[in-house]
Design a protein around this ligand. Structure first.
Ligand SMILES: [Zn+2]
Length: 207
């Protein structure tokens, strides 16, 4: 039930607890809430983005876990918080990234959404090319990041599928899958000097 956020520095993706605000309507497609949480690294605080927060949820130990992360996604966030009257998933985003451009935010969000889809055991339905791209990502990652259980093959395949779809749709400001995934797995999370060796360019990776 842990979420894992991409780190903002050279340390590895860190396990996450969660804290949140309750945003949006109750009872969406999955009968759940989505909580949006800001991470304020300077103040070492979690920020209630759009709702009323229960201060009891801002446990110091959980705040520390998120202090240096760019973002995180966590399925079943209600469980570690001991909340029984609602089911919720939580998306966390560092406040320094609020308002940034799509070419930064889309890869970051697809990285985190891939963690979420992996956490809820979703099948990525990856093509052979997606699987190749996913393997190339994993090989390029720094050992301390790659070794984290959250950076597994299913996560990488979700990321590869998401990257292909967004590049194909012309969203997010990246012309190639390689550009997109190198934004999603930035240099500080890769082996020193390593690119992600995706040869394919546009759309389905054939051009
Ligand atoms: Zn990650």
């Amino acid at each position: 039930m842990s979420g894992y956020g991409r780190t903002s520095q050279s340390n590895s993706c860190t396990p996450s607890g969660v804290i949140s605000t309750r945003c949006g309507a109750r009872g969406g497609a999955r009968g759940r809430e989505l909580w949006i949480i800001g991470i304020d690294s300077k103040k070492r605080e979690l920020v209630d983005v759009c709702g009323t927060i229960d201060p009891k949820l801002f446990d110091a130990k959980i705040r520390r876990k998120y202090a240096d992360t760019d973002a995180g996604f966590m399925a079943d966030a209600h469980l570690p918080l001991g909340i029984t009257d609602v089911k919720a998933d939580a998306f966390l985003l560092n406040v320094v990234h609020f308002g940034k451009a799509e070419d930064f935010l889309y890869p970051l969000m697809v990285h985190e959404l891939a963690h979420y889809l992996d956490q809820i055991d979703e099948d990525p339905a990856a093509s052979d090319k997606d699987k190749n791209n996913a393997a190339a990502m994993l090989i390029a990652m720094a050992p301390n990041v790659r070794n984290h259980p959250s950076h597994n093959h299913r996560w990488a395949q979700h990321l590869a599928v998401g990257a292909r779809r967004l590049v194909t749709d012309g969203r997010g400001g990246h012309k190639t899958i390689k550009e997109f995934v190198e934004a999603a797995i930035p240099a500080y999370d890769r082996r020193p000097g390593w690119d992600i060796s995706i040869k394919q360019g546009m759309t389905d990776g054939t051009s």
